[in-house]
Design a protein around this ligand. Sequence first.
Ligand SMILES: [Fe+2]
Ligand SMILES: [Fe+2]
Length: 390
Amino acid sequence: MKICVYGGSFNPPHVGHIAAARAALEQLSPDKMLVIPERAAPHKDMPEDSPEPEQRFELTRLSFGDIPCIEVSDMELRREGKSYTADTLRGLLELYPEAQIYLLLGTDMLCTFEQWRDFEWILQNARLAAVARDVGESGKISDAAGALSKKYGARVEVIDAPALPASSTDVRDALRRGCGRELMHPSAYEYVIQHRLYGAKPQREWLREQAYAMLKPQRIPHVRGVEEEAERLARRWGTDAEKAAEAGILHDITKKLDLNQQLILCEKYGIITDKLERTNEKLLHAKTGAAVARGRFGVCDEVYEAIKWHTTGKPDMSMPEKILYMADYIEPTRDFDGVERLRALAYENIDAAMELGLRMSLEDVASRGQQPHENSAAALEWYAAKNHRE
Ligand SMILES: [Fe+2]
Ligand SMILES: [Fe+2]
């Protein structure tokens, strides 16, 4: 039995790791490949903002889980302290005494192999498979492999893989800048955003794709408009434009669901509803939308609250809440009597715009013979009083 062992911190696992694993599978044709995220690297500390070991395991599972022959193992994560390859190899040889084991490693690892704990014992009991990390590293690999063979009788196979396009450090930096999506497996990227690992911000285009897939197609221009308008308003009123855009993109993600589906989400996320909401999916979509935005896309409290209040409003709203409420009302595709006045006012005096918007909205509800939500009525009263005082 031939087993290829691919260990690393996988912090996070990226397309370079996946390419290396695929190349090794192709070249070595092992019966299985064990991908083993380490608990703690022997020679370096994990960066401070690293996720929990369980989350790195999950990221690794999502990144490699769909490749046949690959098994992601938590054996090093379950072991306390530093993760030494020699300990892992001993454990594997106990489990598979007859196995021929290959250790898949990158150039850096190969070049520093003599610093590994019990490296001579490792070389007697396993073969190495070295994969280049960058273009032009193959010379370095052959030199290091040649030296190890000569000195210790190491058996080293060189894997011809496409050069790894990124390091985990690059990927972490990209994620923090709202990029990096193409550097990761799609499911792992989704997980990173869901849990906002590494301080990641969602890539704008990715978030749009995810949100639009949850909408009726005819609603997409509106949502696009809310994103733009919210960003503009945020710049005008000095709040975070990125978060305002995020709230805009996600604000209607549960809007197409019927009342029953909305109520299922309320149950799932423990959303408390009032009597009027329980009979009105139009009102419910704000609360369920906020819950799904947080549950699935990891939005911060500011974005969560803005989505939650975007339909009814409430007294004394925060600036991000007012911005989403107004953006939803006045975005460029909106066309109703008085929209121009409301648009201008939103940039001049946002509290006056809130009062006007709430008044128009309540009149609209009344004209349809519907019951207004108490939060909207209270909000109008609050903004009218505030504006009167000023
Ligand atoms: Fe909405
Ligand atoms: Fe909307």
